[in-house]
Design a protein around this ligand. Structure first.
Ligand code: COA
Length: 180
């Protein structure tokens, strides 16, 4: 367990709303579950973790101070509208960090994703990562677009590497960025 150095920040979104970008906290269980419940089927199909499962949400909350893991949320009016995490890998890839990013559908295209992406990128640096990767199911066009805009490039494609909850296989893109 470590004292996480990430401070809360305020940001004004493109829709004029003020958002707080801050580390996930142990008091966020209900808000994070509500965030997961509001996700559309398409998102749920392509997520590694089931954000509608109370057990998964509890696991994320319990890890809010894990040493190799940072989790950041965006909050507006007491509601979580964005979630992002970065986890340092183990062993010979311990210089690599894997990030994920998820924004509530009602808040998309207003800058939440970009603000979160910057915050989680700083968190990856804070974890000491020199390479950052993101795994994106090929169908997640918006995810690919935002990371390519941030300078990530497709490094590999793993064919039929994920299986969604309906049993369909999908290719998985690995996008990467070398820090510094
Ligand atoms: C990807 C995601 C996080 C983007 O969040 P967002 O809040 O809409 O992102 P932003 O509003 O900050 O968009 C920033 C830029 O990303 C690009 N972008 C975002 N969504 C896009 C889309 N649907 N199509 C094309 N470009 C897109 C644009 O360049 C955009 O800038 P612009 O709005 O000025 O054109 C969101 O769509 C999402 O949660 N998708 C499902 C999960 C996912 O794919 N996660 C990524 C893999 S972990």
């Amino acid at each position: 367990m470590v004292d996480q150095q990430l401070a809360a920040q305020q940001a004004t979104l493109q829709n004029g709303r003020v958002a707080t970008i801050r580390p996930l906290d142990e008091g966020d269980r209900a808000a994070l579950l509500a965030f997961g419940q509001a996700l559309p089927q398409d998102d749920l199909l392509y997520l590694e973790d089931d954000f509608q499962s109370p057990e998964i949400i509890m696991r994320l909350i319990n890890a809010h101070q894990a040493e190799n893991w940072r989790q950041i949320v965006v909050e507006t009016d007491g509601e979580i509208v964005g979630y992002s995490s970065v986890r340092r890998l183990h062993g010979w890839s311990s210089h690599v960090a894997d990030i994920m990013l998820l924004v509530s559908p009602k808040c998309r295209r207003s800058g939440v994703g970009m603000a979160l992406a910057h915050a989680i990128f700083n968190a990856a640096r804070d974890l000491g990562a020199s390479k950052v990767i993101v795994e994106i199911v090929e169908e997640q066009q918006a995810g690919r677009a935002i990371f390519e805009r941030l300078g990530f490039r497709v490094e590999g494609v793993l064919s039929k590497h994920t299986r969604d909850r309906q049993g369909q296989y999908h290719n998985l893109l690995i996008l990467s960025y070398h820090v510094g």
